[in-house]
Design a protein around this ligand. Structure first.
Ligand code: PMV
Length: 319
């Protein structure tokens, strides 16, 4: 009788930043929500013989090969090696690790942190260990640091906790509950944006004129702090104004694009309460806050205005 292959899995959601991207790198608060409809999954099919090598198969990002043949700073290799370090795994399991993700890469939806955390959870499953959310966030932060340089840690934290968070760098994240009536339309502008390049470009601007950019970051931080209450009570109109104001401040630091601006304007025209780019910008996605009654209108308007895709999602309450 042939024994069935042993499967071990891990999965993680994407995320959307509602308020505070970029300013969060400079110590201001940000608010982010998990995006459970788009996810990354890692599945390990363990070989009979654990001493065999680990094959990586990630068709979506065109990576296929043996772990020991990938460069140690390859994002997938880094995720595996960092997890092994944190979980004290001395040898990678033999077999195949298949990585799949429905999250578009480099689009501001947390694809890289979600893939790292899915990998970490699959490896933890493989050795029968429990991976605490803080450890998962720590692993993904270390990997983000290699690839994105000076990052705040917001993506790893919200994805590992799978909860809406009020996040400030180097502080414990606070769980918040968005009102259940809140809905977003998320649209992809069709081009990618490098987090590392965007964060570096903003840093150069800040270095050139610290007073001006510190002031903008403080304004973004103040908006984020004042968005907490309308977010939990579901005051759509007020929140919408705040999203618009946050988008203007992101334009002022140079991370929007013409198409992101066009998409935000199209969403407002179609009845959204507010709209802004989300994540690092310079490409990637935007979000629009909508009422259920106009969600479809806004979705159609975004695609007509040039979005690669637009999808409607509810804001999940804290889990
Ligand atoms: O990688 P993204 O697109 O989710 O952007 C992360 C948010 C930034 O504030 C731009 C960077 C950071 O580390 O907080």
């Amino acid at each position: 009788m042939t024994s069935r292959p042993k499967l071990f899995t891990g999965s993680a959601p994407g995320k959307v930043i509602l308020f505070g991207e970029h300013a969060v790198v400079y110590g201001e608060p940000a608010i982010a929500v998990p995006l459970t409809s788009l996810r990354a999954t890692a599945t390990i099919t363990a070989a009979e013989n654990f001493s065999e090598s680990l094959m990586i198969d990630a068709p979506g990002i065109a990576v296929q090969g043996r772990l020991d043949q990938l460069a140690p700073d390859d994002p997938l290799a880094a995720a595996i090696l960092e997890t092994m370090r944190v979980l004290n795994i001395y040898a990678a399991p033999g077999g195949t690790m298949c990585i799949q993700s429905t999250l578009p890469a480099a689009a501001g939806l947390g694809s890289s942190a979600a893939i790292t955390i899915a990998i970490a959870r699959a490896l933890a499953d493989c050795i029968g260990a429990e991976l605490h959310a803080n450890s998962a966030a720590q692993i993904a932060s270390a990997v983000e640091h290699i690839h994105h340089g000076n990052s705040s840690g917001i993506d790893p934290t919200v994805i590992a906790h799978n909860s809406t968070l009020y996040f400030t760098k180097h502080k414990d994240p606070e769980l918040i509950s968005p009102h259940s009536s809140l809905k977003l339309v998320i649209a992809h502008s069709g081009t990618t944006g490098s987090t590392r390049a965007a964060v570096n470009a903003v840093r150069l601007l800040h270095n050139d004129n610290p007073a001006r950019y510190s002031h903008i970051f403080a304004e973004i931080g103040a908006l984020t702090a004042s968005a907490r209450q309308p977010l939990s009570t579901g005051q759509h109109a007020q929140l919408g104004q705040m999203l618009n104001a946050n988008h203007k401040l992101l334009q002022a630091i140079g991370v929007s694009t013409q198409l992101l601006d066009i998409l935000c304007a199209a969403a407002l025209q179609a009845g959204a309460y507010g709209a802004k780019l989300t994540g690092a910008g310079t490409g990637g996605c935007m979000i629009a806050l909508v009422d259920a009654s106009c969600a479809l209108n806004v979705q159609t308007a975004l695609v007509t205005a040039g979005a690669k895709f637009a999808s409607i999602t509810a804001l999940a309450p804290a889990s």
